[in-house]
Design a protein around this ligand. Structure first.
Ligand SMILES: C[S@@+](CC[C@H](N)C(=O)[O-])C[C@H]1O[C@@H](n2cnc3c(N)ncnc32)[C@H](O)[C@@H]1O
Length: 206
């Protein structure tokens, strides 16, 4: 679909105007109905990859030359409504505004489409904070105090950026929180399992 990719403002992305075309117009083959949100360089991509980081996409391009890659944000997917049959994302959503990203994933999935998502288990927070405390890494302890608070905000459908460095956004999840967030975004058939140090979630758009 794309012979090349470029910086976001130059990306020849036919999905950028989602109101003017339907999912079927845009995604001709079934193989292109799966989106990896936050794809990483060495992953074998046989589908569409999206990442906010252009360098990450450059590595994906090197690993899989014919991959369809989009430079974009999980919170504003440049993809038509109801276009995809599957969206998956491995430990990327904890760095995003999760309620917004889940709403977007729900929007781009066709009815019956599924989301396969991996989150940061709460246990990771405990391990990392304990390690930083033992090492006297107060900078990270401060950051973890922020992630703890941020994770509580998620229950109310919001998140905040790290006040001391606005480019950073991170949170941790519990199985109950992931279930709550997915259901709030409109998903059904929600299953959440612990897979240390992550949480694996499956959900379907009714
Ligand atoms: C921890 S890495 C995970 C990468 C890969 N999914 C994996 O499992 O190895 C998180 C990735 O999310 C990307 N990312 C962070 N915020 C994002 C956002 N708002 N939208 C899309 N990608 C984002 C980062 O650039 C990074 O590549």
């Amino acid at each position: 679909m794309f012979s090349h990719f470029a910086r976001p403002e130059l990306l020849p992305c036919p999905w950028s105007d989602r109101r003017s075309c339907s999912g079927d117009d845009m995604l001709a083959g079934q193989a292109l109905r799966e989106l990896n949100v936050g794809c990483a360089g060495l992953q074998a991509l046989d589908r569409i990859g999206l990442n906010i980081d252009f360098d990450e996409l450059r590595r994906s391009r090197a690993a899989v030359p014919d991959a369809v890659l989009i430079c974009g944000k999980a919170e504003a997917l440049p993809i038509a409504d109801n276009a995809l049959r599957c969206v998956y994302s491995t430990v990327t959503l904890p760095y995003t505004n999760i309620p917004q990203a889940l709403r977007e994933i729900w929007r781009v999935l066709a009815p019956g489409g599924t989301a396969h998502l991996r989150f940061h288990d709460w246990w990771m927070w405990r391990e990392r904070t304990w390690r930083s405390l033992r090492r006297g890494n107060w900078k990270d302890v401060t950051f973890q105090a922020y992630t703890l608070l941020n994770s509580q905000f998620l229950w109310f459908g919001t998140v905040m950026r790290f006040p001391l460095r606005r480019s950073r956004l991170e949170s941790y999840q519990s199985p109950e929180l992931v279930r709550h967030l997915l259901q709030r975004a409109g998903f059904g058939d929600v299953v959440v399992k612990r897979d240390h140090p992550h949480l694996r979630a499956f959900a379907a758009k009714p």
